[in-house]
Design a protein around this ligand. Structure first.
Ligand code: HEC
Length: 135
């Protein structure tokens, strides 16, 4: 039962992440942040899944794939504030880390996936917000 509920939640999450893209328009930064980083988003979901005693790699791979799409879309937006060059650099790093996470998930490499996951959070949130989010 638990497993089914979690599976359904995951499908909903991934479907949601795909919606904006299916409409063939680039999701806004706010939409991307909501789907990736807000509570209930892919980032907290993957963080939790990677800490689990028995990692479900099929789940993580699906999540990572959806994450990469959204992370790629981030750099297609203009930054709300701040320098374009800085935005290009930060969004590129973000997308690369997302890809590293997807690659590691493909290899069931827990250490690699966890390291990439860590690079997608913490300081990376703070420094990008400091430079590009209206305070
Ligand atoms: C590469 C840049 C970048 C990174 C990395 C980033 N963010 Fe953001 N985030 C933004 C920008 C820019 C906004 C402001 C969007 C706007 O106001 O249009 C934002 C907005 C947000 C919001 C508010 C969304 C809303 O509905 O107003 C939340 C919550 C958020 N980010 C969480 C996070 C967390 C948590 C992380 C790290 C795990 C993170 N972000 C990483 C650029 C980034």
């Amino acid at each position: 039962m638990r497993r089914t509920t979690r599976g359904l939640a995951l499908v909903a999450l991934v479907a949601l992440a795909g919606t904006a893209l299916a409409q063939d328009k680039v999701p806004t930064v706010k939409e991307i942040m909501a789907r990736l980083n807000k509570p209930g988003g892919l980032y907290p979901a993957m963080s939790k899944a990677l800490k689990s005693d028995s990692v479900d790699w099929d789940d993580i791979r699906l999540q990572a794939k959806a994450f990469v799409k959204m992370a790629d879309a981030l750099g297609k937006n203009a930054p709300p504030v701040g320098e374009t060059a800085s935005w290009a650099k930060l969004t590129k790093a973000y997308a690369e880390n997302a890809r590293a996470l997807e690659d590691a998930a493909g290899k069931k490499d827990r250490a690699g996936a966890s390291a990439a996951r860590a690079r997608l959070g913490g300081e990376s949130c703070k420094s990008c917000h400091a430079a590009h989010k209206k305070q």
